[in-house]
Design a protein around this ligand. Structure first.
Ligand SMILES: [Zn+2]
Ligand SMILES: [Zn+2]
Length: 142
């Protein structure tokens, strides 16, 4: 089954409606290789001739984030971006500070569990989650 259908099916199973806008948004998110901002998503969906207004895009992104289908990604520039959540866990990113290109990077969350446990122990703190972004320059900008 294609990823789009898989996501739509799980929405249906949880009693959520599949609107044209919702389907278009999920498709557009799956097509992007990197986290994308609401305005950019709105522009891309409009190009594909699906009528959708900005308010709907914001509302849908919030809804999809609340139910865990998308993850919000914060890259320190005050623009909220989103990406489709992977089947399990989350992604880690390499962020180019010059051109804002974002690449997913293969750091297993499990590799951070020792660090989480250590930090927890040292600080008497229960670590529940983490996000991991690396900032620098891509090959094109360096
Ligand atoms: Zn760059
Ligand atoms: Zn992780």
């Amino acid at each position: 089954m294609k990823r789009t259908e898989f996501i739509l099916q799980s929405l249906r199973q949880n009693g959520h409606r599949i609107t044209k806008a919702r389907r278009a948004l999920i498709k557009a998110l799956l097509r992007t290789k990197q986290p994308v901002a609401a305005l950019e998503l709105h522009a891309r969906i409009s190009k594909s001739k699906v009528a959708i207004d900005r308010v709907t895009v914001y509302r849908e992104l919030k809804f999809l984030a609340d139910i865990g289908v998308v993850h919000p990604v914060n890259l320190k520039d005050n623009i909220q971006r989103y990406e489709i959540a992977p089947v399990s866990g989350h992604k880690h990113h390499l962020v180019c500070t010059a051109c804002k290109t974002v690449k997913n990077v293969n750091v297993a969350c499990a590799d951070l569990h020792n660090l989480e446990a250590l930090l927890g122990k040292k600080n008497n703190f229960i670590v529940r989650e983490h996000s991991l972004e690396f900032y620098g320059l891509c090959a094109h900008c360096a």
